[in-house]
Design a protein around this ligand. Structure first.
Ligand code: MRU
Length: 322
């Protein structure tokens, strides 16, 4: 089963808000509903958001809606992940070139899976037997239609018989590391422990061979946005000389933005911080701040693992994103 796909006249998704308790599948018939599913994180993770957006544009075309309007609605769903904008623009071009809407969107989703497979192969070459690897948030199959970005090398290394161990930080405020990454690792029997976000430095000092995270947007100077909490990990990793890799397809690179400070960081509801499920855990009088992502400067990145190979931050400006 994939995280996002098309069936009959519906864009189908695993409802990631229900995991790890149950696998619930939901279907949507209109692009507005798909935009809402991206906004409320029924589906999430930059490449899966891109695939959902592609199917949203497909539905708009099948339902004979104005494509520019649909593109605006879908792009407004979330601001940070570059794949959302990349996918909508790709679909607009394909639809205007007369490509069948379902073929175009299915092709886009399949492309993501193929790219993630290649990311897995390049990343696996960096992993040695016995390595202890740390990751953050969820950059697995759920976040990328299938296979994963940060989890792709880990899966491949395990599949090749390397005895690895993974620390998955729980990832506040929505706990994607605990609820999604740990679930994916358990499904495959990959040895791992969930750790609190605040325990990352402690475990890095005890011994971590490498960190691999995903990314939501990587800009021209090599700065990148990823789930809140990534920046601290990167800074500590540099202090401890632990290699820090970022795995992402070319669709996550935004070379039109020069500097990480110019990336729009999504601010989400404070309820995601003050509540767990439907239960408020914060004092009644306290307010919370909830930036979804942080920006990690390029100087902390050892390399970007892409479908075209591994790049150093200062090599990004030469890459082709189209
Ligand atoms: O807010 P989310 O869950 O959509 O955030 C995206 C992520 O899962 C992470 O930031 C991830 O590391 C990059 S997307 C593969």
């Amino acid at each position: 089963m994939r995280a996002v796909w098309f069936e009959g006249r519906e864009a189908m998704m695993i409802d990631q808000r229900e995991l790890p308790h149950r696998i619930a599948v939901v279907g949507f018939r209109g692009h507005e509903e798909v935009a809402e599913a991206i906004r409320n994180m029924t589906t999430r993770g930059a490449p899966s958001i891109g695939a959902a957006a592609a199917y949203g544009m497909c539905l708009a075309a099948l339902n004979k809606k104005d494509l520019d309007d649909a593109a605006r609605t879908i792009k407004a769903a979330r601001p940070t992940a570059n794949d959302l904008f990349y996918a909508v623009d790709r679909m607009l071009a394909d639809l205007r070139n007369g490509i069948d809407p379902i073929k175009a969107a299915d092709g886009y989703a399949q492309e993501i899976v193929d790219k993630c497979t290649r990311i897995g192969e390049y990343g696996n070459a960096l992993i040695k037997d016995g390595d202890i690897i740390m990751t953050h948030c969820n950059a697995g199959a759920l976040a990328t239609v299938d296979v994963g970005t940060a989890l792709a090398p880990i899966r491949k290394a395990w599949g090749d018989g390397k005895r690895i161990f993974v620390y998955a930080s729980e990832t506040r405020p929505r706990l994607q590391g605990m609820q999604l990454t740990a679930w994916e690792l358990s499904q495959e029997g990959i040895p791992h422990s969930i750790i609190a976000d605040g325990a990352s430095g402690h475990f890095m000092r005890k011994g971590v061979n490498m960190i691999i995270t995903g990314a939501d947007r990587i800009v021209a100077n090599g700065d990148f946005a990823n789930k809140i909490g990534t920046y601290e990990k990167a800074v500590i990793a540099k202090e401890l000389k632990i290699p820090f890799y970022v795995a992402a397809p070319v669709s996550t690179f935004d070379l039109s933005t020069k500097n990480g400070d110019d990336i729009e960081i999504e601010e989400r509801s404070e309820n995601e911080v003050t509540m767990i499920g439907n239960v408020r855990i914060a004092p009644a009088g306290s307010k919370a701040l909830n930036p979804s992502f942080d920006v990690t400067p390029a100087k902390y990145v050892t390399g970007f693992i892409t479908e075209n190979g591994i790049l150093k931050p200062n090599e990004i400006h030469r890459m082709r994103t189209k």
